[in-house]
Ligand binder design. Structure first.
Ligand code: ADP
Length: 458
């Protein structure tokens, strides 16, 4: 009896009771046999209850369950299913709802996967990205964007772009996109703590399927490195032109004077010597430029072979000794016996010669230049140390730059091109080694080169 008055069935039971009561009153008018009347009403009650229970369990309850499941699906709970043993068309309804739920669930999983993939791509692209709606609110910024401009995504998303992005170039780009409904490009510079970064901004309008403007997507490229390289290239071209112009102007000037008839023999000879020296300088400069350009070529490869230190020194030391003697410089060689390693012979000669010639050039007469060579199992090290003029601390980081000279006039007088150390550094690096410098003004300079004995072995 109890289930009949449970919550879902109580209202139906009440109706049946009223119905039985009603028919009981009508039957009471027709008969006075109360025992028969009670029996009749009891049978009526039982039949109605059985019919109601059947209808409820096989129709009403499954439909209620189905409605509840559909409600859950509408709310986005695609895992909801109809679990009710029903028969006939009601089973069909339940099965169809379950099929629909399964399709929706698969669809939502696919959508979720796609959304995650898209977010992963957006977050991993190497450019900053921001999505703005037609009212100017930011809907999305990617990881690179926050890396470039600081703060977190929450500091941007949901805010008006002009409230959180201060740069006027960004404001103008967005306004022009909204005005002309076309892609726009601009660039700007940001001053961050201690350094300056350059950005290019490319913006594109976003339209909906009815071709109505719905916002804009902005892409930010960090072009600082590109700008630096462009500046270096411009500087390099300017430097090369300047370096070539100096000897060429000098050659032209002296040649012009020589062409005049009234030049005496001794002056002629002096001028020809100058022309010869300047031509030699031009030749060295062009050779150095070609060497640098070859070294910088992506597919440049070394001519690696086994080299004995004694062979290398035999080809260099006499020249250096001669230069040292000329300036009464004490040239000392401290080398380990029997060292051999794998290297590019000619390039190695160039490294050592450049460092030793510099040491002699920038050391006053009666100074000392010392070459030390030592090795362990993996590496060979060279140290070229002099008691020369030294290099000021602020110049030290720049001496490996092309054409950088501490004292331009002095360098030119020594026949230097300003490219020697740039070439040395390049050669050392393509061998997989490194070069360091220590110096004190008026005390001397020491260059230390460390190279792997097997440059091709990783
Ligand atoms: P350069 O042809 O002018 O010598 P390098 O590239 O070889 O060009 O050297 C760059 C600059 O570094 C030189 O102009 C010089 O100012 C400085 N320098 C190089 N070696 C020494 C040294 N041993 N002592 C002092 N200054 C040096």
């Amino acid at each position: 009896m109890k289930p009949l008055f449970s919550k879902p069935l109580s209202s139906y039971t009440l109706i049946i009771l009223l119905l039985v009561g009603g028919t009981g009153i009508i039957h009471g008018l027709l008969t006075e046999n109360y025992i028969f009347l009670i029996a009749l009403q009891c049978i009526e009650f039982i039949i109605l209850i059985l019919v109601m229970s059947h209808v409820y369990h096989h129709y009403i309850h499954p439909i209620q369950k189905s409605v509840h499941t559909v409600d859950e699906l509408v709310k986005g709970n695609y895992r909801a299913r109809v679990h009710h043993p029903a028969q006939g068309s009601i089973t069909d309804l339940g099965n169809k709802i379950n099929m629909l739920a399964r399709s929706l669930s698969e669809f939502s999983i696919q959508e979720e996967v796609k959304a995650k993939q898209l977010l992963t791509v957006i977050n991993n692209i190497d450019s900053g990205l921001a999505l703005i709606d037609e009212k100017g609110y930011i809907h999305l910024v990617n990881r690179k964007f926050t890396q470039l401009f600081g703060d977190t995504m929450n500091d941007y998303v949901g805010y008006l772009y002009y409230e959180v992005m201060e740069t006027s170039a960004i404001h103008e780009t967005v306004q022009r996109i909204f005005l002309y409904e076309k892609n726009m490009k601009d660039h700007f510079t940001l001053q961050t703590a201690g350094d300056q970064r350059h950005f290019e901004i490319v913006g594109a309008p976003v339209f909906n399927e009815k071709n109505i403007l719905k916002g804009a997507v902005l892409v930010f490229y960090d072009i600082t490195e590109y700008k630096r390289l462009e500046l270096m290239r411009k500087d390099f071209v300017a430097n090369v032109s300047h370096e070539l112009k100096t000897p060429v102007t000098s050659i032209m000037g002296f040649a012009e004077t020589l062409l005049e008839d009234d030049t005496d023999e001794e002056t002629k000879r002096r001028f020809l010597e100058i022309i010869y020296t300047e031509s030699k300088h031009l030749r060295v400069l062009i050779d150095d430029l070609l060497t640098l350009s070859k070294l910088e070529h992506a597919d440049y490869h070394l001519n690696v072979e086994q080299l004995k230190l004694s062979e290398l020194l035999d080809s260099i030391v006499p020249v250096i000794q001669h230069l040292a003697d000329h300036k009464q410089i004490n040239f000392i060689c401290e080398v380990e016996e029997n060292i051999s390693w794998y290297t590019d012979r000619e390039k190695m000669k160039q490294v050592l010669k450049n460092l030793l010639v510099n040491a002699i050039s920038y050391t006053p007469e009666k100074g000392t230049v010392r070459l030390r060579v030592f090795s362990n199992q993996e590496h060979i090290s060279f140290e070229v140390k002099d008691t020369g003029i030294g290099i000021a601390e602020e110049d030290l980081p720049r001496i490996f730059e092309r054409f950088y000279r501490v004292d331009k006039a002095r360098s030119r007088n020594t026949g230097g091109t300003g490219l020697g150390l740039a070439i040395v550094k390049h050669i050392v690096e393509v061998h997989g080694g490194n070069i360091r410098v220590e110096s004190d003004v008026d005390e001397g300079t020491s260059f230390q080169v460390m190279l792997p004995k097997h440059p091709n072995r990783k």
